[in-house]
Design a binder for this molecule. Structure first.
Ligand code: BV8
Length: 228
C-alpha cells in the first residue's frame, strides 16, 4: 500500500499554531499579501522578517499532537511507502518522529540566501541581517515559498502522486494551488482519495470520501484502521 499524505495548517491547529483562514483573513494581525509575497518583502523587509521571526520563536512553545504522532507511527510500518507532503512550515511532523517529510512551502527553521541561494538550518531571528554562512552576504530571508513563488520539489511530489494507492488530505482548506490540485491528479492516476478535515474544504467534492472532525481524533482512528 503506497500512501501520500498532504497536510495543512489544520493538523497543527490543536498544537496551538494559528491557521491561515480561521483568522477571518487576517493572519496574526496581517493581511497575507502584506507578509507572504516577494513584493511585501521588497517593500517592507523588516515587517516580513519580524513576522517570521515571531512564528519561528513561537515554535519552541508548541508540541506535536496526536495527529502528528499517528502519522509517525504509520511511517514506522510503511517506511518508504509513505510520503508526507506538508504545506506547513513548522517542524511538528519531524518532532513527532516522521522522517520522510517534504515541505513544499519551505520551513521556518531554514534561511535562504538572496545572494547565493544556499538554504541553511536556522533557529534564530533574521531581522538583524546576519551573514550567510556560505557566502557571507547579509541577505538571508525566511526559506519560505511565498505567493507567486514556485513550491519546492514539485517533480518529486507528482512522481509520488503517480504511484500512490491512497491520497489522504489532512487539515487544509484546499484554497491554495498547486497543493489544492493534488487530489485531482492522484484520482486521475487511480488512487483512492480521503479527506480528514474539521469542515468540508473547497475541494471536498473531489475526494472519494471526506470525514469531518478534529485531526487529533480522525487521524489516529484512520491509522489504527489502516494498520488493523
Ligand atoms: C505557484 C507558506 C506557480 C507561507 C504558503 C488564481 C487562481 C488559482 C491560483 C492562483 C491564482 N492566483 C495566484 C495563484 C497561485 C497561488 C494561489 O493558489 N493563490 C490562491 C490564494 C488563489 N499559489 C501560489 O502562488 C503558489 N505558487 O502557484 O507557483 C507554479 C505552480 C505549479 C508549479 C510550478 C509553479 C505558492 C503558494 C504558496 C504560498 N505559501 N505558505 C507561510 O506559511 O508563511 S500558503 C499557506 O496557505 C499554506 O502553506 C497553505 O498552502 C495555504 C492554505 O493554508 P492551509 O494549510 O489550508 O490552512 P487554512 O487555514 O487555509 O485551512 C486550515 C484548514 O484546516 C481548514 O479547512 C480548517 O477547517 C481545518 N482545520 C482547522 N482546525 C482543524 C482543522 N482540520 C482538522 N483538525 C483541526 N483541529
Amino acid at each position: 500500500m503506497n500512501v501520500v499524505v498532504l497536510t495543512g495548517a489544520g493538523i497543527s491547529a490543536e498544537s496551538g499554531v494559528p491557521t491561515f483562514r480561521d483568522a477571518d483573513g487576517l493572519w496574526e494581525g496581517h493581511r497575507v499579501e502584506d507578509v507572504a509575497t516577494p513584493e511585501a518583502y521588497d517593500r517592507d523587509p523588516a515587517t516580513v522578517q519580524r513576522f517570521y521571526d515571531e512564528r519561528r520563536a513561537a515554535l519552541a512553545a508548541v508540541q506535536p499532537n496526536a495527529a502528528h504522532r499517528a502519522l509517525a507511527r504509520l511511517e514506522h510500518w510503511l517506511h518508504d511507502d509513505l510520503l508526507i507532503v506538508t504545506q506547513n512550515i513548522d517542524d511538528l511532523h519531524e518532532r513527532a518522529g516522521s522522517k520522510r517529510v517534504l515541505h513544499m512551502h519551505g520551513e521556518l527553521l531554514s534561511a535562504l540566501c538572496g545572494a547565493c541561494e544556499t538554504r541553511t538550518p536556522w533557529h534564530d531571528d533574521l531581522h538583524h541581517g546576519p551573514e550567510c554562512p556560505q557566502c557571507a552576504a547579509a541577505d538571508l530571508r525566511p526559506d519560505v515559498v511565498w505567493f507567486g513563488e514556485v513550491p519546492y520539489e514539485m517533480d518529486r511530489i507528482f512522481d509520488a502522486l503517480e504511484v500512490c494507492d491512497l491520497f489522504v488530505s489532512i487539515g487544509t482548506s484546499g484554497a491554495v494551488y498547486p497543493a489544492a490540485g493534488f487530489v485531482r491528479a492522484a484520482r486521475a492516476y487511480g488512487a483512492r482519495t480521503l479527506e480528514l478535515n474539521l469542515q468540508p474544504s473547497e475541494g471536498s467534492l473531489f475526494f472519494h470520501e471526506s470525514r469531518q472532525g478534529p485531526a487529533s481524533e480522525l487521524v489516529p482512528a484512520w491509522v489504527d484502521d489502516l494498520l488493523s
